[in-house]
Design a protein. Structure first.
Length: 226
């Protein structure tokens, strides 16, 4: 509750969060019994043009990266990603195969397996990556990254250079860890300074007060020694 109230008190933080959208980026993997597409240098990607924007448009064959895998990857984004996530894998496979047969002909084999990520429907994710509007300025990202009291923020959405990418999240995590460790060291240094200031006073308290009370006749010898 304290953390929520602390964050709500920072209007600049809320404004930065509201300016950052979460987009959906879906890579669908299809595995085949054998290759039927061209491979080699300069033949890693191919494009499919369709009257429906973004309909199984961007394809990549994985032989260059994983020889013998017999895998094709098709990338969908935003609206098409949400549409595909809402339907069954069987429907998605049927649509993808129709596109591939339109490109390579009707004699190609059926895919033997398909993997369809569903980042949009994952209640812990609700999307794939952050996206700042074109009109945004670097200060928005800095406000997203800035801590609120002792609450730190990190992730690819806090990376000025690589927001939206996995390595952006990794690098942002390293930066935030360093900042958190520095804050902890700062607390340790402050506590150490307080201890150094208090030690002479504690020594004075332990050594002088009983003796002073004895001299004033308020303590016996035995009590003064304790």
């Amino acid at each position: 509750m304290c953390m929520i109230n602390s964050i709500n008190a920072q209007i600049w933080k809320l404004k930065a969060i509201q300016k950052c959208d979460v987009m959906v980026y879906t890579k669908i993997f299809l595995k085949f019994p054998y290759k039927f597409w061209p491979i080699g240098p300069g033949k890693e990607f191919f494009i499919y043009a369709h009257e429906q924007r973004g309909y199984y448009t961007f394809w990549q064959q994985m032989e260059n990266a994983y020889p013998g895998s017999n895998i094709l990857v098709v990338t969908l984004t935003n609206g098409e990603s949400k549409r595909v996530e809402a339907q069954s894998d069987e429907n998605t496979l049927r649509e993808a195969m129709e596109v591939l047969r339109d490109i390579f002909g009707s004699n190609i084999p059926d895919a033997i397996d398909i993997l369809v990520p569903r980042w949009w429907n994952d209640r812990f994710q609700r999307g794939s990556y952050s996206n700042y509007p074109i009109i945004s300025n670097p200060q928005v990202v800095r406000d997203m990254k800035a801590p609120v009291g002792r609450v730190f923020f990190t992730g690819e959405h806090t990376s000025e250079r690589f927001n939206g990418y996995v390595h952006g999240g990794y690098l942002a995590g390293i930066d935030s860890s360093k900042e958190l460790l520095e804050e902890m060291r700062k607390d340790d240094r402050e506590n150490e300074s307080k201890t150094l200031l208090l030690e002479p006073m504690l020594a004075l308290t332990e050594c002088k007060i009983p003796g002073q009370l004895y001299l004033r006749g308020k303590l016996g010898m035995a009590e003064a020694k304790l």
